[in-house]
Each structure stands twice: as C-alpha cells, then as structure tokens.
Write a protein that binds this ligand. Structure first.
Ligand code: NAP
Length: 476
C-alpha cells in the first residue's frame, strides 16, 4: 500500500515512536499493510499544523472554500473504482456496496461545497429595546474526528467536508481495522487545494490516550464521533472537561414494521436494502423485523428466497453480493446471536452455518419466530441476519419498536399513508424510512435520539455542528 504512514502538516511521517500495526484483509486473513501508529507527540504536531492552517482557511471567503470542496468531489468522482477497491480490501464489503459507499462519500464534498456559501445569519429588531439582533455563524475551532470501520470513506468525508466548509481544521483518527482509505484520500485533498496542515490523519493503536490527549488541548473545540454508544459515552465524559461541542453518531437497533396493507414487493425490496446494505454492518441496519401476522408466512418465504440467492465470497469478485465480515470477533458475535435465538425458540429459515476455510464469512440468514428475550433483538447484530417477529396490533408494535435505549432509524411499510404517517410520528427515532429501506442522504440531517447520538450530519445542520453562533446586540 502506498499510503500507510501518518499524514501531518501535508507530509507523510512514520511518527515519533516508529510503532506500526497490521491491517488485515478480511477475505483472506492476510496482512494487507503495516500502518504507522500515532503517539501523543504526533497528535501535538497535528494540532500545531491544524491551528496554523486554520488561520488562513477560516479567513478565506466561503466561495473559495466551496470551490476546493467542489474540486474534491470532482476528483473523487473520477476515482470511485480506486476507492471502492481499497474499501473492499480493508473492510471486506462487496464491490457494489463499496462503490455505493465511495459515491456517497464523494457526495459529501459536493453537498458541503454548496452549503459552504449558505451559513445564513439573521438580523432583526429586538421587540422591546429597539436594538438590532445580529446573528452570525463562525468556525468553532479545531475539530477531532473519530470514525468507525464500517464505512472507511463515508464516515470520514461526512465530517471532513462540513468542517472544512465551516472553516475548521481537523485531525482524524480512523478505525484501526480500516485506516487505509482515509490515508488514500489525502493526496486527493491536496490536489483539490486543501492547504497543508488543515486535514491530518492519525491512525493509532493507542486510541484511548491519543484521543483523550487531544480532547484536553485548549485549541480543540469540537469532537465529532461515529461509532459505538459505549465509546461515545466515554468521549462525552472526556469532552466535558473543556465543554467541547460534541457530535455523536452512535449505535442503533432499527425496527422494520411491515403492515398487512404494505405492497409486498416494496416491503421485501426495502427490507433487503435495510438489512443487507453493507452486509448488515451498519448502524442503520434492520435489526428487528416486525411483520403483521396475516402476511408473515409469505413475507418470510420471499425474504428467505432473496437472502439465500445472494452470492457470498471475496468482495473483489464483481459477481459477489456479500463479502466477509470485518474480523473474526464480528463474525463470532453474529454466530452467537443466531445460536442464542435458536436456543430460545427461533427457527432458521435459511443460512445459519458459517463456511469453513479462510475469511470471516457468515451467510445471509433468516430467523423466524424470534422471541423477545433473544439477544439479537436487544443488541445490534451487525451482520447479515434478518430476525423476524410478528404482530397483530398497531399500538403493540409501536410500543415494541420504541422499547430500546436506541433511537437512530426505523422503517415502516404501509400503503395507508394516513396510518403510516401517524405511526412514523410516534416512533422515537431521529429518522424514519417510509416505504424505503434507505434513509442516508448527504442532503438530509442524519442522526439519532436517545443513546443513538447527539447532533446531525449532512443536510443544513451538518455544517452548523462545526460553527458557533454569535449574537451581536447593536444600536445604530
Ligand atoms: P467503536 O469500537 O466505537 O470504534 C469507533 C472508533 O472509535 C474507532 O476509530 C476506534 O478506534 C475509536 N475508539 C475506540 N475506543 C476509543 C476510546 N476509548 N477513545 C477514543 N476513540 C476510541 O465502533 P466500531 O466497532 O468501529 O463501529 C461500529 C459501531 O459504530 C456500531 O455501534 C455502529 O452502530 C456505529 N455506527 C454508527 C453510525 C451512525 O451514524 N450513527 C454510523 C456507523 C457506525 P480503534 O479502531 O483504534 O479502536
């Protein structure tokens, strides 16, 4: 791999400690690359670089910042295949999923190129005093960005693009499983015109202490994290000391509700997408599938037929639909969820047996009759297992769907729009897919409620996460 060192101040460095760690190809279990591991001194160098670069960047006009981002979108769009290949190599996901991710990742540059020039403020008369209320948005300061392994490109660009649009400098800590894609993006950003030092990438095996150190540097004002709720809670505690602006995109436990008036084709297609995009390794993945008893048998039959028709294998083969899971732990956890559900009474409709041999594969699996006490309906499965339960009563299914500490996304399938919208409004989720299995869109505010997170990425809200609101009370 060409880019496997730390990227600080626009240059590649092996880091102060010289330590390295291996990145494994999940399809072959072979070492793909040896990557430099950042230490505290490297974090300080990155913070110095970002602080210096941000002075000039924040002073540029919004249009100038916008044009750099636009160029990044153009360049990335021209290299989607290259990025998709790298994503598949380090994460395992199949080619179509990787192309989908690369496209989605590039779109954040285009969307925030458009948003960079729309940090609208406000001016109004104070109702009683007669003063003017002038409201404007300013770059918040240096941002520490921490990303997970399931979307090695998109979870990074979803943070970098709005931060740069807002005028901030950033330090990114990519997941140790998949640091290569983010590193490979850096030459592209240079070519687009991002000044040296504005974006720094620090892979590290000393994750906890490195990030904690940065969260306590007085120059840092924002921490933007995507990952598990447990780590998000730790970061929120760390962020409290300096009262940083937190953006937290955390875990999910998405319910899918299929009413008996749903269009069966739409419901099957949507459930396949919600379950199998990224082979289930997504915070938005369908985790609990509630199907009305009247249509449960037919739904289960059709879903099982679709799931068992998927081809499993090395994601670099373009005919493969489902690649390996990211590592052995993730695969073993999925297998445990299935064994636990079966031991408690669930029935395996298809799949359920991981193949022998190299690679962290788990087959697309459908479970029916999944009991409420099965672990897979309480925790994120993060794998290609569809857990089906049934319902008859609308109130009951709403209560069951809301009965979780998570609140990222829910999906509803019904052709009765009055009912469907009433149900959507009563779901305690930051996002709802109505007759759709996909909600992610750079133009929409992505994010959760309850323990699924704080703040929104994408949409108009995404850039404001990296800005502070200033109000000037003026008389003239
Ligand atoms: P994770 O274990 O929480 O790791 C995410 C990132 O946090 C990695 O870069 C990891 O670094 C870092 N990290 C781990 N411990 C840390 C600590 N003590 N302090 C600071 N950083 C730390 O999550 P994951 O397993 O990579 O990703 C899966 C999770 O992400 C799932 O829960 C999923 O739902 C969630 N997710 C949420 C969204 C969303 O938008 N809501 C999107 C995608 C994924 P190392 O790799 O070096 O450990």
């Amino acid at each position: 791999m060409e880019y496997n060192d730390l990227y600080i101040n626009g240059t590649w460095t092996k880091g102060t400690s010289g330590a390295r760690f291996d990145v494994i190809n999940p399809a072959t279990e072979e070492v793909l690359a040896s990557v430099a591991s950042a230490d505290i001194a490297d974090a300080d160098a990155a913070l110095d670089a970002a602080e210096a670069a941000m002075k000039d960047w924040a002073a540029r006009t919004p249009r100038q910042r916008s044009e750099v981002l636009r160029r990044a979108w153009e360049l990335m769009t021209g290299r989607l295949e290259e990025f998709a290949h790298l994503i598949t190599l380090e994460n395992g996901k199949a080619r179509a999923d990787a192309m989908g991710e690369a496209t989605y990742a590039a779109e954040f540059f285009r969307w925030f190129a458009e948003e960079a020039v729309r940090a609208d403020g406000m001016i109004t008369h104070a109702p009683s005093s007669g003063a003017r209320i002038v409201v404007q948005h300013k770059p918040a300061g240096l941002a520490v960005l921490i990303t997970p392994w399931n979307y090695p490109a998109a979870m990074g660009t979803r943070k970098i693009a709005p931060a740069l649009a807002a005028g901030c400098g950033v330090i990114i800590k990519p997941a140790s499983e998949t640091p290569l894609t983010m590193l490979a993006l850096m030459p592209l950003l240079e070519e687009a015109g991002v000044p040296a030092g504005l974006v720094n990438v620090l892979p590290s095996r000393k994750t906890g202490s490195l990030v904690d150190h940065m969260l306590h540097d007085p120059r840092v004002r924002v921490v933007s994290f995507t990952g598990s709720t447990g780590v998000g809670q730790k970061l929120l505690k760390g962020a409290a000391d300096q009262v940083l602006k937190p953006a937290m995109e955390l875990g999910g436990n998405a319910p899918v509700i299929v009413f008996d008036d749903a269009a069966m084709d739409t419901a099957i297609e949507g459930t396949m997408l919600a379950k199998m995009r990224n082979l289930g390794e997504a915070c938005t993945a369908a985790n609990r599938i509630y199907v009305h008893e009247n249509i449960a048998e037919e739904f289960t039959k059709q879903l099982s037929a679709r799931m068992s028709a998927l081809k499993v294998g090395d994601g670099t083969d373009p005919s493969v639909d489902v690649g390996p899971l990211v590592n052995a732990d993730t695969r073993d956890k999925v297998a445990e969820f299935v064994s636990d559900a079966v031991a408690k009474g669930a029935k395996i409709e298809c799949g359920g047996t991981p193949p022998d041999g190299k690679g962290f594969y788990y087959p697309p699996t459908v479970l029916s009759n999944v009991p409420e006490n099965a672990a897979c309906v309480r925790d994120e499965i993060f794998g290609p297992v569809a857990a089906i339960q049934t319902f008859t009563d609308q109130e009951d299914v709403i209560a069951r769907a809301n009965d979780t500490e998570y609140g990222l996304v829910a999906y509803v399938f019904s052709e009765d729009f009055k009912r469907a919208l009433q149900v959507c409004e009563r779901l305690d989720y930051g996002m709802v897919g109505l007759n759709r299995g996909l909600v992610s869109d750079p133009a929409a505010p992505f994010g959760g409620v309850k323990q699924s997170g704080l703040g929104r990425e994408g949409g108009h809200e995404g850039m404001l996460e990296f800005m502070e609101t200033q109000y000037i009370s003026a008389s003239w």
